[in-house]
Each structure stands twice: as C-alpha cells, then as structure tokens.
Design a protein around this ligand. Structure first.
Ligand code: NCD
Length: 310
C-alpha cells in the first residue's frame, strides 16, 4: 500500500493492473463474506455523506464497512440534514468530518465535488456519484461483473443504452473499459442524451472502437452485454426534454429473444420501466447479481483506502 492518500475520484485513475488487483481482492471478499466477515477494520470509522438519493451505493458501502468490522456514521439526506442547509460550504463540511472519520464516501449533486472534497482533507474520499459527472465505484462493480460473467473483458461487444448524457455510470464505465483490448462499444441513445463529446474524445485518445446509433434492435443480436440505464429525469432542464428521451428503449421478452444465448443484461439500477419484469427470470438478466457484486468491490476499496490488506 502506497503512503499517498488513496482517493477514488474518477474511473480514469484505474489502469489495468490496478483493476486486476482490485478484482482479485474483491474475489477474496466474496469468501470473507461467506465466512461471516472479519474484523480487519475494527476501530476505523467511515462517513457516508449523501446529498442525493441512494439505496445500493450507500447501503452496500455501509454493509462493506460492517462486514470488515468497522463502524459507520453519516447522513443520507445531507442536503437537508447537514449544515449545508445553513450555508456551510462543502469544503468546511469535509474539513469537519475529516476529524471524525478515517474515510469519507460522498455523493453530491455537482460535477467535480469529490475532487473539491479531496483537496481539503487528509482522509481518503470516495466519489459515490458527482452529479452527471462520474460514478467510479459503480463502474468498478460493472467491470467486475462483466469479468466474472465472461471470464474476460477483452474482445467483448458492449451496448450502452438510454441516458448516456446525464447517466454518470456510463461515463465511468466507458473510461474503465478503455483499459481493455479489442472492446467495441455501441452507444444507443435518444438524440438529446447521446454520449458526451468529452467521453468520446477520451475513447478516441485510447483508440477504443465505438459507434453511436439509435437502433437497439439492430445490434441486440451481436453484443455480449446490454447495459441499460435509467433516463435521469431529475437532471433534465425541462419536462419537455425529458419526455423526448423517455420510454424509447425497453428491454422486454421480445428484445431478449433477439439477443445471443450467452449475452447478459446489466443495469446500475434503479430501473424505472426500462427493463420489463418478465426479463428477470431469464438467466441473462444479470442486474441483481451485478448489484450484489457492489458489496465485494466496496469492501476491497475501503480496505485499500485504509491501507489494510488481509
Ligand atoms: C445510479 C446513479 O446513482 O448514478 N444508481 C446507482 O448508484 N446504482 C444510476 C441511476 O440513478 O440511474
């Protein structure tokens, strides 16, 4: 473990060797959980500071800390129940929390907020979502899931579907996939929420092949992964813009019937109608397995941030 603070701010910070180490550590965490957890983080405290709604991310981080014997403090509604509502700056809030805990997991409404937090603290900061920016720990669990389901990531064809503009998970997952050989990405989105130019520039720089299209049916039969996303209603400038994007791509039995037998459907969840419940019973529906993998990845990450290897 390097002495430098290990923040998790964005997906670009992970190279392939680091991903492989984290995946191996996460794999070990599966055994730790099966054995009832351990106490390696006893006496350590994690703060979860969430300015936006969350179920999986916050609770899996908290569960991860508990599984390793650590303690958790935090606020799940920091916009109202932290001193932010009194006008305290994010920087001041972070300075204060830094005196109370050993690692900070934060979700905030603004792009770049995790970097701002990291700049004023002496404890590791984990970005659990910064507005429409990034969600690196989700991308880690997404990549971990793909690797676990297929035994590799190299050479896979991956369709990312839905809200690619405001959906932070697709930005982070794109950056992460850029570490792999011969991947092909299809960005399938309504016109007003296609993948942003800055993500494309990054992928171009890394020589990653991708194609932007509107036609999910046309690629469904050839891809290994369909990564469906929710249209991020809360981030649209107007209801009219949201309505232009919503309800366009739905994964249902009919779409599934076009997909390869070995393909999988992923979704960061929550879903809001874009995957029909009839899909759940199909073994290719991997999104609940995916969400469970978040626990192992987050255990490995917290242990790494706190410098506690097994
Ligand atoms: C995602 C998020 O918050 O960006 N949820 C999650 O963390 N699994 C996706 C979403 O809200 O649509």
């Amino acid at each position: 473990m390097d002495r430098k603070l290990y923040h998790v701010l964005g997906a670009k910070q992970f190279d392939r060797a680091e991903l492989e180490r984290l995946f191996a550590a996460s794999r070990e965490m599966e055994d730790v959980v099966a054995a009832g957890g351990d106490r390696r983080l006893a006496g350590r405290i994690m703060t979860t500071l969430f300015f936006e709604a969350s179920t999986r991310t916050r609770l899996s981080f908290e569960s991860a800390m508990h599984r390793l014997g650590g303690s958790v403090i935090g606020t799940e509604n920091a916009a109202q129940f932290s001193s932010a509502i009194k006008g305290e700056t994010l920087e001041d809030t972070i300075r204060i929390i830094s005196g109370y805990s050993d690692v900070i997991v934060m979700r905030h409404t603004e792009i770049g907020s995790a970097k701002r937090a990291a700049a004023v603290t002496g404890v590791p900061v984990i970005n659990a979502g910064d507005g429409a920016g990034e969600h690196p720990t989700q991308a880690l669990l997404d990549a971990y899931t793909i690797n676990k389901e297929f035994g590799r990531i190299d050479g896979l064809k991956i369709a990312m579907v839905g809200d690619l503009a405001y959906g932070r998970t697709v930005h982070s997952l794109s950056y992460m996939l850029a570490n792999y050989q011969d991947v092909m990405i299809y960005y399938i989105a309504p016109e007003n929420v296609q993948i942003p130019a800055n993500v494309k520039r990054y992928m171009d720089g890394k020589g990653i092949r991708y194609q932007e299209t509107h036609d999910l049916n046309a690629v469904a039969g050839s891809v290994d992964v369909v990564y469906q996303t929710r249209i991020q209603k809360e981030r649209f400038p107007s209801l009219e813009e949201y309505e232009k994007a919503s309800g366009k791509y739905i994964i249902d039995g009919e779409l599934l019937s076009r997909m390869r037998k070995e393909a999988i459907v992923l979704h960061p969840l929550p879903r809001a109608g874009e995957i029909a419940e009839e899909v759940d019973a199909d073994p290719r529906a991997a999104y609940f397995r995916q969400a469970h993998n978040g626990l192992y990845i987050r255990m490995a990450l917290i242990a790494k941030c706190l410098g506690v290897a097994d």
